[in-house]
Design a protein around this ligand. Structure first.
Ligand code: FAD
Length: 553
């Protein structure tokens, strides 16, 4: 119970109102430089995380409104959209990272490289763990933002310890090493033909943007560098397989885009297995089953040997977010932390806690109601039904305007498929309403993307500054802050020396060299610093001149 150093204080009795509910831990009230919380004139803002959401808050928060403390176990910001390029050496790891201290300095935030373990909402304290000593301490807050991201979804599949994930820079470092080591092992004369084929079988579980981009990057290195630098490895011994549970890869994109990607992969002998469910990852094989259309009870079972397997099948809550959701009655049984339209955590009556990014979901944004309004408007002659052309045009408009979830997409495409059988008929509005109605009851709405986390962080940074200023003159936050609204700008994916994408003004980008440069330009311009911009430009140039670095370190 001893307070170590001048910056830590032992909590007074006032801090443990509930018997046994509060641990006797040191409370940080002053920091080493004594600059924060010293005079305690400003409200204390604690932000947990150093990813897209947290960094965007710091970007928009005004300097002197809060004493800010940033808590994250990683002391850098990672530019995730380009992470697949780092797994094969197209880009260097350091080009994707920006030290969080440099970003935090803008608002004079105090950064603690530590892990948030728990929150005592009653006493307004975050329990934090020193990763070196394992000791816990408390950081007090007036406003708290939870931006802890998410972890990979397991779907209850056994054997995931045999796979790699792609979420952190350490994952990318590990993947790069395993891929290159497999190539080296496959080149040894002592390696049997069968073992060589296994080592060179790369399996990607999940056909979403991350899985597809990784497979495309892998394919690039195998085609461009391997042929040149590994003459003993035969091209036909190498295989890349994507196993996807839906009927298409990139299924959240427009169907013309996923069809283009599938055709491109087919031409290049990159195997895409759809409607498949991974059942188990054995030490050397992936076991999966494929839906049998004629007999849905009896799927066909397959097993494929692998030397490397990536698991990229969606996200779920981090242990910290799960702990928070278990503590609050209003959050129980949810898949992410539920917030109101102002991104305030549900179940905290004074509205002092916010959750943003991948760890959060906004309650009931009435997306389906908006969709219904658009379909209603599409009904030109107002007779309660839509013709095929009206329906098609409305759906295209909806796809451009809203970031639809897979739930919405599958419902709408069910309708579309059903309707396509009878183009001469009309679709009754009532039928549409019934089919879409139950979606409104669900909370999942915005996709888990950097774009959403970034917009939420910027909104919250501005809102928190407005709230700080309003509270000085006694105005309530409700009067100064509008609810968050998301503006979907579009989505992009790299598919191997080219890219695909759709933008909200209706423009689709499907392949070609120019698409590659547009894709690069978008991410180049989104960088958080000039240093990373210069690094990216150098990496792309180096790769064009000398190829990728093939050292397995
Ligand atoms: P994150 O960016 O994941 O940040 C979470 C932070 O919280 C991390 O710093 C973590 O260290 C910290 N943290 C977690 N738990 C704790 C704790 N208990 N205590 C302290 N700190 C903690 N999105 C796009 O829009 N476009 C893309 O092209 C795209 N490509 C992607 C490619 C890959 C390979 C991946 C993995 C993701 C991609 N995404 C993309 C998704 C995007 O990265 C996420 O949606 C985004 O990072 C979410 O931001 P966030 O702030 O919620 O979480």
């Amino acid at each position: 119970n001893s307070a170590k150093g001048a910056h830590l204080e032992v909590p007074s009795e006032a801090f443990h109102p509930k018997k046994g509910g509060y641990k006797h831990l040191p409370v940080v009230t002053r920091y080493l430089d004594n600059s924060i919380h010293e005079k305690e004139t400003k409200p204390k803002l604690v932000v947990i995380g150093s990813g897209w959401g947290a960094v965007s808050i710091l970007d928009k928060l005004e300097k002197d409104d809060y004493d800010v403390v940033l808590i994250s176990d990683t002391n850098y910001f990672l530019f995730t959209p380009l992470l697949p390029s780092a797994t094969v050496g197209t880009l260097e790891m350091r080009s994707l990272l920006e030290p969080i201290r440099k970003i935090a300095a803008r608002v004079h935030a105090h950064y603690l490289q530590a892990r948030a373990m728990d929150v005592d909402f009653e006493s307004k304290m975050v329990e934090v763990q020193d990763p070196h000593s394992g000791e816990n301490f408390y950081v007090p807050y007036d406003k708290l933002v939870i931006a802890v991201g998410a972890t990979s979804m397991t779907h209850g599949v056994e054997g995931l310890e045999n796979t790699c994930q792609l979420k952190t820079i350490n994952d990318a470092i590990k993947i790069r090493r395993v891929v290159l080591e497999n190539l080296e092992k496959a080149s040894l004369p002592t390696t049997s033909c069968e073992e060589r084929k296994r080592l060179l079988s790369f399996v990607v579980c999940g056909g979403g943007p991350t899985g597809v981009e990784f497979a495309a990057e892998l394919f690039d290195i195998l085609n461009e560098d391997l042929v040149k630098w590994f003459p003993k490895v035969l091209r036909e011994d190498i295989s890349v397989t994507i196993i996807q549970s839906r009927d298409h890869i990139l299924n959240t994109f427009d169907s013309s885009i996923s069809a283009y990607a599938e055709k491109k992969f087919e031409r290049e002998n990159l195997n895409v297995v759809v409607n498949a469910r991974v059942e188990r990852i054995n030490e050397n094989t992936v076991a999966y089953s494929i839906k049998n259309k004629a007999d849905s009870e009896n799927p066909t079972r397959h097993e494929i040997p692998y030397g490397f397997c990536l698991w990229s099948t969606g996200i779920s809550m981090t242990p910290f977010a799960e702990n928070i959701s278990q503590k609050l009655e209003a959050q129980k049984h949810s898949r992410a932390l539920i917030t109101d339209g102002n991104l305030r955590l549900k179940g905290i009556p004074d509205g002092s806690v916010y959750a943003i990014g991948d760890c959060a979901t906004i309650e009931n944004p009435k997306l389906t109601a908006h969709i219904m309004d658009i379909l209603q408007e599409a009904d030109k002659n107002n007779d309660g039904s839509l013709t095929y052309d009206e329906f098609k045009a409305a759906i295209q408009y909806i796809r451009r305007k809203f970031p639809l979830t897979s739930n919405h997409i599958s419902k709408l495409s069910d309708l579309f498929v059903k309707y396509d059988f009878d183009k001469s008929g009309t679709l009754e509005m009532d039928e549409l309403r019934v089919m879409l109605n139950d979606l409104d009851k669900k909370t999942t709405n915005l996709p888990a993307t950097a774009q959403v986390a970034n917009q939420q962080g910027k909104y919250l940074g501005k809102s928190l500054s407005k709230i700080a200023k309003a509270s000085k003159v006694g105005t309530s936050s409700e009067q100064v802050v509008e609810p968050f609204s998301y503006h979907h700008l579009g989505t992009l994916a790299y598919i191997g020396n080219t890219a695909v994408g759709e933008f909200n003004w209706g423009f689709k980008m499907i392949g070609g060299l120019w698409a590659l440069y547009l894709w690069r330009s978008v991410y180049w311009s989104e960088q958080v610093s000039l240093r990373t911009r210069v690094n990216l430009s150098i990496d792309w140039t180096k790769r064009a001149i000398w190829g990728r670095d093939l050292s397995a370190i």
